[in-house]
Design a protein around this ligand. Structure first.
Ligand code: NAI
Length: 237
């Protein structure tokens, strides 16, 4: 491991949204951040590096890992954040669409961890996966997304057991985090026991804690960060 450089983190899907906030937070905290995203127009925070990478593609992930082997020569944190949703009635959902969601949201973490295991072990590193409260609850027509996120929660504890004690692996399951699109209405904020919809920075703060030394006894855990919504009992009026 290259001891002279700052700690190195890879943040997937870091071109925008929650991933960009995690990348910015880690950079602020002194990390060198490698952003890996399939968007060709993205940027990394100051001091970092941007890599165009499709995290569901084996060759693309292998190229990312090679660039770490020859470039930074260390990896202290891997944030598996890239993900997307297809909303479609199951009757209309093509197998290729189902597979694309599973590949980006779930298989990618297998590919990324397999490709970087040696660097992570050498650094006594940490992995954080970004699942969703939809791993446990659903709206209609979201089967592929919910299945992928449920799988990611399970993959997280399996990896924690296999990679410990050198590498800790934890999961954040966000609820509604306002990133793009119209801002939530007042009643949507009020619906949350915390009094507001989430912000990307809420997730970034926990991710920063989970890759830092203060969380050394935490592994295989899932943290639901949803303003209390999944704890709120709802019956018809
Ligand atoms: P976003 O759509 O704003 O950003 C996702 C980023 O991932 C984009 O930069 C996109 O280019 C990248 N990406 C997508 N597929 C990729 C691939 N195959 N390879 C590389 N990069 C890829 O999404 P957002 O809202 O920031 O969500 C981030 C993560 O958080 C996702 O995994 C999402 O499922 C999860 N999440 C988000 C919630 C929300 O309310 N925003 C709630 C619960 C979970």
């Amino acid at each position: 491991m290259n001891e002279s450089s700052s700690r190195v983190a890879v943040v997937t899907g870091g071109a925008m949204g929650i991933g960009a906030a995690i990348a910015a937070r880690l950079a602020q905290d002194g990390w060198r951040v490698v952003v890996a995203d399939r968007n060709v127009d993205g940027t990394a925070p100051p001091g970092g590096r941007y890599v165009v990478c499709d995290v569901g593609d084996e060759a693309s992930v292998a190229a990312l890992a090679r660039s770490l082997d020859t470039g930074e020569q260390r990896l202290d944190a891997l944030i598996c954040n890239a993900g997307f949703m297809i909303r479609k009635p199951i009757a209309d959902l093509a197998l290729a669409e189902w597979s694309s969601v599973l590949t980006t949201n779930l298989t990618s973490t297998f590919l990324l961890v397999r490709a970087t295991e040696a660097l992570l072990r050498a650094a006594n590193g940490a992995v954080v996966t970004i699942a969703s409260s939809r791993a446990r609850m659903s709206e209609p027509n979201t089967e592929s997304y919910s299945a992928s996120k449920g799988g990611l929660v399970a993959l997280t504890h399996a990896l924690a057991v296999s990679l410990g004690p050198e590498v800790r692996v934890n999961c954040i399951s966000p609820g509604w985090i306002a990133t793009k699109g119209p801002q939530p209405a007042a009643e949507e904020h009020a619906f949350h026991p915390a009094g507001r919809v989430g912000r990307s920075e809420d997730i970034a703060a926990l991710a920063a804690f989970l890759v830092g030394p203060a969380s050394g006894f935490i592994t295989g855990a899932e943290f639901v960060v949803d303003g209390g919504v999944t704890r709120k009992m709802i019956y018809p009026e």
